[in-house]
Design a protein around this ligand. Structure first.
Ligand code: APR
Length: 252
């Protein structure tokens, strides 16, 4: 199927849908200038995840871990939401039920205006005090002190899920429930490799949902996708939305 026909097919599938889930990964933020983890120029090609994104890394060298997060927070603030995030925010009003389930911690879906968001891996703009265990928003960019401290004087850590840590149970249960109940799932910018999030599209498919994949290259989801559209999310999603709006207004 040519890319153009794939976009038409994606519109057809979405037109039939009432409950839509958009499942996103780092690739949706790539056009905001934020590096992905895997693939060309991926962060895990340059750094060892074990040195930056584990509780042990933080215990051994909180300064190094926070330098990495400070750099990522600056990249996110510089880039901001891109047309992919903005389009997903606009799509919400076209469906009775529309949710975003993201593996990203950058907060760009909310910044773009999306309302129903499940953050599976936490949020880089929230921190947790290691002493008091309280969680609070921490927006300072760039950091004036590294590693930053809580008012109580204790170290604070990013409120994100590191390798070897449990996922937030409420969010993961909600995510599987939404995936099982949706009519259509858009899978955007994820390598679909990290469990349990990577099981969500398969759970949706098993329960009868259509799967629309948007990625630069094939992933494990491509084998079950109704349509895999290869290209940049920031270009493909606006194209789908424009056609969808056209179909919906024609159908009025
Ligand atoms: N448009 C669409 N897809 C893109 C774009 C783009 N502009 N740029 C990159 N991609 C795709 C890549 O082809 C790849 O499949 O986005 C995907 C990014 O994959 P990863 O870097 O593995 O990111 P993700 O799938 O979110 O990783 C999952 O792994 O390291 C952990 O906690 C981290 O949440 C992350 C999890």
């Amino acid at each position: 199927m040519a890319e153009d026909e794939k976009i038409t097919e994606a519109c057809r599938l979405l037109e039939e849908a009432k409950n839509v889930v958009v499942f996103t990964g780092a690739g949706i933020s790539a056009e905001s200038g934020i590096p992905t983890f895997r693939g060309k120029d991926g962060m895990w090609e340059k750094y060892r995840a074990e040195d930056l994104a584990t509780p042990y890394a933080f215990e051994n060298d909180p300064k190094k871990v926070w330098e990495w997060y400070d750099w990522r927070r600056q990249k996110i603030q510089e880039g901001g939401p891109n047309p992919a995030h903005l389009t997903i925010a606009k799509m919400e009003k076209n469906f009775p039920n529309f949710s975003v389930i993201t593996q990203n911690v950058d907060g760009l879906h909310r910044k773009a205006g999306s309302k129903n968001i499940i953050e599976l891996h936490g949020n880089i703009w929230r921190v947790r005090c290691l002493e008091e265990q309280k969680i609070f928003e921490f927006l300072e960019v760039p950091l004036s002190e590294i590693p930053p401290k809580c008012k109580c004087g204790s170290l604070i850590r990013p409120d994100v899920v590191w390798f070897g840590e449990a996922m937030p149970q409420k969010e993961i249960s909600q995510a599987f429930l939404l995936s099982e109940e949706c009519d259509s799932m858009l899978v955007v910018g994820t390598s679909v490799l990290v469990q349990p999030a990577a099981s969500l599209p398969f759970s949706a498919k098993t329960n009868g949902a259509s799967i629309i994949e948007i990625n630069l290259a094939a992933t494990p989801v491509s084998s079950i996708a109704n349509v895999s559209i290869f290209g940049k999310a920031g270009e493909i999603l606006p194209e789908i939305f424009q056609r969808l709006e056209q179909c919906l207004s024609d159908g009025m």
